[in-house]
Design a protein around this ligand. Structure first.
Ligand code: F6R
Length: 608
C-alpha cells in the first residue's frame, strides 16, 4: 500500500526520495509525489501513474532541488487516483506539506469544522485535513503543533511533514501504520518500509504508537504525543541490500521462488538442536504447553492458508484442537476464547491491519499471542507476546512465495514441539519427522529444476477462463494457495474446493476442456480424490495432478502429472506449493502481465 520516504542531509533529497520510492513500488500504488524545500520555499511535484512519470516530470529530481524533502506513493482509499488526490498535500500557502499512510477515520467531521473556519479543500482525500489542521494550530513550534494535531485525529497514520519556516528539520509521527527513522553520516531518513533505506543504512529506530520524530541532518529526536522527549535504541537490520534486488531474474517472484530452499533452511536449522525442536522464542514451559486448551490461528490471504495446513498438522501430531480464522472475520465475531487458549497470528509484513486487530481481540480476552512474522520490528512483532521470525528476508513481489514456505516450516516446528512435549509423538517419530524436514530444501531444488515442464504446461493455459483446484485434507489447504497464486497475478478466475464437496454444486461448472488441478499427496485419501478426478473427467475436464512419485494410479486417472519427491504426509505442502507457484507465475508471464505488481493489490494491507 502507500509508501513514504523522507530525507534531510548533505545530499539532494529528491534523488534519494525517488530511489527509495522505487524500492517501495512493490507495495502497490497508483500515483506518486514529493515535496522538497529549496532554500526559499517548498516545491511540490506529483503525478498519477507509475513513479516513472514523476521521474520524467522532475527530470529525475532535478527540478525539485534541496536537501530536505518527503515523498509518497499513494494507493487510493479516499478519492480516485488523480494528480490532485496524490500526496503531498499542503496548506493553502504551501508552507506545510504532508505525506500520509493510513486512514483518518474522523476526517469528515474535521473537514466540516475546518471548512466552517474558512479552509478550502482541493482533494477528496482524508489526508488533506492534516495540513489544514496543522495550519490552524500552528504557533511557530512544529513539534507542539504536531502533538496537538495527532491528539485530534482518529484512525491510523504514518506522517512525513515539512514546515517551510523550519527548513533544517523534517518531522514524522505514526499510529497503527509503520514508519522508521534511520541515519548515516550524510543525513537522516524516514521510510514506511526498511527496504527503501537498505542502500543507505541499516541502523534504524522504530517510532512507537503516537510518537513523533524530529529529524535534522545530524540525527533524530523522539517525543511522545505530549511532546515530551523520549530515548530510543538504535536497531540494526540484518537484511542485506542484495536481497531486495532482482539479481538477474526477470521478476522478483521467480527470484523469491528460487530462494525457497534457503528460506526453509534458515527458518528450520537454528531451531533444531540434537534432534530436538528448540523454539526459544516460544518462552513457554513444558507445563504451559501441556495446559494449552485450544489453538486459534488467525491470518489473512496466503498466511491464512498456511494456518489451514497447520490445523491438520497440529491436530494430527499434537492432538490439540485448532480453529483457523480469517482475521477480518475473527476481529468482529466476538470469538469464544479462553485464557488457556493460545492465539497464533501469521503475517509476512507484520503490518496487516486485520491481523493486528486480531491481536487486540485476543488480548482483550486474556489470551497470549504468538506471532509468526517475517519483518523484524514490524507492528505485529511488537504487539504480540512472543515472536517467531520466519527468516525469509525481504519479500518484494506482491504475491507471496518464500514467506509462505517459511511460515509452513515455523508451523511444523510448533506442531512437533507441542507434540513431543505433550507425548503424542515419541523421540523416534520426532527424529523421523526432523529427518524429512531437513530434506525439504534439497527436494525443493529438485522441483525447481523441472520448471520448464511447468512453463510449457502453463503456456497452454494462458487463455483459460476458469480453473479449479481440488484436494482433500492437507491437499485442500494447498489447493487454496494454488488457486490464489493463479488468480491474483494472472487474473484467471479460479476456485479451490475440497474435492468431496464438488458434487454439492461446483461440478455443474465443469465443461469440455475446463482445467482442474488435483492435488493428490495424502496416501490414505488417494482413492477418494481419484474418484473425484474421474467425476470431473467424465464431464470433460482436463486434469493436471500434483502427486507423490509413488502414486501409480494417477497415470490412468489424470491427463498430466507433476510429481513431488517423497516426504512425510504432513509436509507435502512444502513441495506441492512449488509447481503451483510456478504455474501461477508462468501463466501471468505468458499473458504479458507485470507479475510483481498485480493490479489493485498491495504488498502490505495496512488498512481494513
Ligand atoms: C497472496 C498474498 C496475500 C497475503 C496477505 C497477508 O500472495 O501475499 O494474500 O498473504 O495479504 O499478508 P501478511 O502476510 O503480510 O499479513
Amino acid at each position: 500500500m502507500c509508501g513514504i520516504v523522507g530525507y534531510i542531509g548533505k545530499q539532494r533529497a529528491a534523488e534519494i526520495i525517488l530511489e527509495g520510492l522505487e524500492k517501495l513500488e512493490y507495495r502497490g500504488y497508483d500515483s506518486a509525489g514529493m515535496a522538497v524545500y529549496d532554500g526559499e520555499k517548498v516545491n511540490v511535484a506529483k503525478a498519477m501513474g507509475r513513479l516513472q512519470v514523476l521521474k520524467e516530470i522532475t527530470r529525475g529530481g532535478e527540478t525539485v532541488p534541496g536537501h530536505a524533502g518527503i515523498g509518497h506513493t499513494r494507493w487510493a482509499t479516499h478519492g480516485e487516483p488523480s494528480n490532485v488526490n496524490s500526496h503531498p498535500h499542503t496548506n493553502k500557502e504551501g508552507t506545510i506539506a504532508v505525506v500520509h499512510n493510513g486512514i483518518i477515520e474522523n476526517y469528515i467531521s474535521l473537514k466540516k469544522k475546518l471548512k466552517n473556519k474558512g479552509y478550502e479543500f482541493r482533494s477528496e482525500t482524508d489526508t488533506e485535513v492534516i495540513p489544514h489542521l496543522l495550519d490552524y494550530y500552528y504557533n511557530g513550534n512544529p513539534l507542539e503543533t504536531i502533538s496537538k494535531v495527532i491528539q485530534r485525529i482518529e484512525g491510523s497514520y504514518s506522517l512525513g511533514i515539512i514546515f517551510a519556516d523550519h527548513p533544517d528539520e523534517i518531522y514524522a509521527a505514526r499510529k497503527s501504520s509503520p514508519l522508521i527513522v534511520a541515519k548515516n553520516d550524510n543525513g537522516c531518513f524516514i521510510a514506511s518500509d526498511a527496504t527503501a533505506l537498505l542502500k543507505y543504512t541499516r541502523n534504524v529506530y522504530y517510532i512507537g504508537e503516537e510518537e513523533i520524530a524530529v529529524l535534522t541532518e545530524k540525527g533524530a529526536h523522539f517525543y511522545d504525543s505530549d511532546a515530551e522527549e523520549i530515548e530510543k535504541e538504535e536497531i540494526e537490520i540484518k537484511w542485506d541490500a542484495d536481497a531486495a534486488e532482482k539479481g538477474g531474474y526477470e521478476y522478483f517472484m521467480l527470484k523469491e521462488i528460487y530462494e525457497e530452499p534457503k528460506t526453509v533452511r534458515d527458518t528450520l536449522n537454528p531451531r533444531i538442536r540434537d534432534n530436538k525442536v528448540v523454539i526459544d522464542e516460544l518462552k513457554m514451559t513444558d507445563e504451559e504447553i501441556r495446559s494449552i486448551g485450544k489453538i486459534h490461528i488467525v491470518a489473512c490471504g496466503s498466511a491464512y492458508h498456511t494456518g489451514v495446513t497447520a490445523k491438520y498438522v497440529i491436530e494430527g501430531m499434537a492432538r490439540i484442537p485448532v480453529n483457523v480464522d480469517i482475521a477480518s472475520e475473527f476481529r468482529y465475531r466476538d470469538p469464544l476464547l479462553d485464557p488457556s487458549d493460545l492465539v497464533i497470528v501469521i503475517s509476512q509484513s507484520g503490518e496487516t491491519a486485520d491481523t493486528k486487530a486480531a491481536i487486540e481481540e485476543a488480548h482483550r480476552k486474556g489470551c497470549q499471542v504468538l506471532a509468526i512474522v517475517n519483518v523484524v520490528g514490524s507492528s505485529i512483532a511488537r504487539e504480540a507476546d512472543k515472536v517467531m521470525y520466519t527468516w525469509a528476508g525481504p519479500e518484494i513481489s506482491v504475491a507471496t512465495t518464500k514467506a509462505y514456505s517459511a511460515q509452513l516450516i515455523a508451523l511444523y516446528l510448533i506442531a512437533l514441539k507441542f507434540a513431543s512435549v505433550r507425548g503424542t509423538i515419541d523421540d523416534k517419530q520426532l527424529a523421523a519427522y526432523i529427518h524429512d524436514l531437513r530434506k525439504l530444501p534439497q527436494q525443493i531444488d529438485l522441483l525447481l529444476g523441472e520448471k520448464e515442464k511447468i512453463q510449457k504446461f502453463a503456456n497452454r493455459y494462458t487463455a483459460a477462463k476458469d480453473v479449479f483446484f481440488i484436494g482433500r485434507g492437507i491437499d485442500y489447504a494447498i489447493s487454496l494457495e494454488g488457486s490464489l497464486k493463479l488468480k491474483e497475478i494472472s487474473y484467471v478466475h479460479s476456485e479451490a474446493y475440497a474435492a468431496g464437496e464438488l458434487k454439492h454444486g461446483t461440478i455443474s461448472l465443469i465443461e469440455e476442456g475446463t482445467l482442474v488441478v488435483a492435488v493428490v499427496t495424502q496416501k490414505d485419501l488417494y482413492d477418494k480424490t481419484i474418484s473425484n478426478i474421474r467425476e470431473v473427467k467424465a464431464r470433460g475436464a482436463f486434469v493436471m495432478a500434483v502427486t507423490n512419485v509413488d502414486n501409480p494410479d494417477i497415470e490412468k486417472a489424470a491427463d498430466y502429472a507433476v510429481y513431488i519427491p517423497e516426504t512425510d504426509q504432513y509436509f507435502t505442502n512444502s513441495l506441492a506449493v512449488i509447481p503451483l507457484q510456478l504455474f501461477g507465475y508462468y501463466v501471468s508471464l505468458g499473458k504479458g502481465y507485470d507479475v510483481d505488481h498485480p493490479r489493485n493489490l498491495a504488498k502490505s494491507v495496512t488498512v481494513e
